[in-house]
Write a protein that binds this ligand. Structure first.
Ligand SMILES: *Cc1c(COP(=O)(O)O)cnc(C)c1O
Length: 388
């Protein structure tokens, strides 16, 4: 049996590799604490679970959903976008459910790229921004995120050839893995660039609700002209502790949404109606308080981790968003993979090497805050003991 050439072009999925190493170590009896994967440890909020229980008990949700999505879900997304971001969306043409942001990101590549085309992707970045174009038979072009520029790409540095061939640009603020938030004016520059080069912008807003210190992340669509050139992904996975449910929405440019819908009618049969109703319940104003309480937990964990890293001599900036701490590796290690291997071997703590998110992530590591407090305290203690 031989896998397709497309599949062979993809490096092994980073987290599968990490899980394998951790499992092998645990099999030898070592108590490994994993700070690798970003998957909220806390349960989905009670009102969301209750709404889902009611919805699952209703036989009306048991049949094929529509790929356009239920009215209740689309109206809830529209009301949320108006209330939270000041963005008015047309429920019929500017909102569609996705089976998680990951599905949508991948399928956007299939919907918009031909061989020879390019997708511009943040480097380091969420792995699907680069695997998606490859699986679609096209090419990713990395846009380096450097600390000197606040982890935003230098649009002027994108070469002419990549500009000409580019059809998509993937952006994500608050940013995984760097934790950076978008500076004023950047989205406006992106819109000008997209117009000039006829590129569809896909802003992945997976962490808009997961922010700290009073920071409120904006929607890309709140920027003038954004809807002419772009769409935004809103995922309930991280902010609402719903990674397992697969619930997201693609919003914005109506033509892009129609094209995505056309592709999806050939690929899947929509998002389970009960999950859509649970998602609608999650976006009700009463749930805001639960999101805020969850963020207070992450903020405390963030401070714990950053204090411990500083004590170990690591130069770390506490993030204002996301569930990640991104920090440079100690100078005596040649690569992030080498450092992470060392930490796993000597401290039995699993962290992610930055290079796995793209070449510009080399020299950094990522710690996820989605571990229960007592285990996180223990992990941080082990890191402190290990030192730089
Ligand atoms: C976790 C994550 C996602 C995944 O979202 P799902 O809705 O669970 O598929 C998407 N984008 C980024 C940047 C993420 O970190």
């Amino acid at each position: 049996m031989r896998p397709s050439k497309r599949l062979e072009r993809i490096p092994p999925y980073l987290f599968a590799e990490l899980e394998r190493k951790v499992a092998a170590k645990r099999a030898t009896g070592v108590d490994v604490i994993s700070l690798g994967i970003g998957d909220p440890d806390r349960p989905t909020y009670e009102p969301v679970v209750a709404a889902a229980q009611r919805a699952v008990a209703d036989p009306a949700t048991h049949r094929y959903p529509s790929n356009r999505g239920r009215g209740e879900f689309r109206r809830a997304v529209a009301a949320f976008y108006a209330r939270r971001f000041g963005v008015e969306l047309d429920c019929d043409h500017e909102i569609i459910p996705a089976i998680g942001a990951k599905e949508c990101i991948f399928n956007m590549n299939l919907a918009f790229l031909d061989p020879g085309n390019v997708a511009l992707a943040t480097d380091p970045g969420y792995p699907v921004y680069t695997a998606g174009p490859l699986l679609a038979g096209a090419e990713p072009h990395g846009m380096a995120l450097e600390p000197e520029r606040g982890f935003i790409p230098d649009l002027d540095a994108i070469p002419g050839d990549a500009r000409q061939r580019a059809r998509l640009m993937f952006l994500n603020y608050p940013n995984n893995p760097t934790g950076a938030v978008v500076p004023d004016g950047f989205f406006a520059d992106v819109i000008d660039f997209a117009r000039a080069n006829d590129i569809l912008v896909v802003h992945d807003n997976a962490y808009s609700e997961t922010t700290y210190d009073g920071y409120r992340a904006p929607s890309f669509l709140a920027e003038d002209g954004a809807r002419d050139v772009g769409v935004e992904l809103f995922s309930l996975s991280k902010g609402y502790n719903m990674t397992g449910w697969r619930c997201a929405a693609l919003v914005g440019n109506a033509e892009a949404i129609e094209t995505y819908w056309r592709l999806k009618t050939n690929v899947d049969s929509g998002l389970f109606d009960a999950v859509q109703l649970a998602g609608a319940a999650a976006l009700a104003p009463e749930v805001d308080l639960l999101v805020a309480a969850q963020n207070a937990i992450y903020a405390r964990r963030r401070d714990l981790v950053c204090d411990a890293l500083r004590a170990a001599g690591v130069d770390v900036t506490p993030p204002r968003g996301t569930i990640y701490v991104w920090a440079p590796i100690p100078a005596r290690f040649a690569t992030a993979a080498e450092y992470c291997e060392h930490v796993l071997e000597q401290a039995a703590v699993a962290i992610s090497p930055g290079g796995a998110y793209g070449p510009s992530g080399e020299g950094y590591f990522r710690i996820s805050l989605t571990t229960p407090d007592d285990r996180l305290v223990e992990a941080v203690e082990r890191l402190r003991t290990l030192g730089g």
